[in-house]
Design a protein around this ligand. Sequence first.
Ligand code: PAF
Length: 278
Amino acid sequence: MRIVKSVSSMKRLVRKTKKHRLSIGLVPTMGYLHKGHLSLVRIARKKCRFLVVSIFVNPTQFGPREDLAQYPRDTRRDLRLLRKEEVDAVFIPKEKDMYPQDYDTVVRAERLSTLLCGVSRPHHFQGVTTVVLKLFNIVQPDIAVFGMKDFQQAVIIRRMIVDLNLDIRIITGSIVREPGGLAMSSRNIYLTPSQRKNATVLHTALCHARQAYRRGVRDAKKVKRCLTRKITEKKGRIDYIEIVHKDTLLPQKRLQKNTLIALAVFFGKTRLIDNILL
Ligand code: PAF
């Protein structure tokens, strides 16, 4: 497994790989890998000949009062895990290499990035699309794999691919959950044991909403009220609970097939996201 630490060496390796006509897969990550990331790596491993995983804690997707400085990092452990998955190259660029001093260009999905998480994190998705496009340009993958926990991110990246005429196939991997149902996230380590226990309500409440839908409940307001009650009972502070169409991310008054129920909730200072697709 190659460990590549500069943009120029990554580009050199990509040129060599393309010369041999090997298909390239990319799994972009911010490191501190968990089973969710590894499931994406396994999907990608099956779909390409040359698999690259990037590890880069991207500063531009964090707001000024967010957890960039504390974001968990353990590159040694990440590399050990990736070696076991038979990854071909790990790209770990330096911040200065990705964003040199005079860096001045951004990519932004104008509408989609203002919805859901974009309301309380107004610059987040601009940071994501910018860094993901940069990674795409550097690694030139044929396929790239993203997780469904970040559903909005996947929708926005798909939009960007179409809008900017990129020839990259996006594959999404299902949410991987801890035994209690909490969606795997690098941020789960911030939770105290009691917050962690309470946070399992997110998945339970979403599953209840799906059951209600299966029983014939269609009123989005009613479902939202029920979710709010269940979550606040467990001391969750709601950032948003939205019932939207899975492609447009626009609110829906009535639940139907292809409705996405998405939420972001704080437990203590930790903001968790989760979703369910009907
Ligand atoms: O999902 C993530 O970990 C990040 O948003 C990504 C796609 C690696 C971009 O920094």
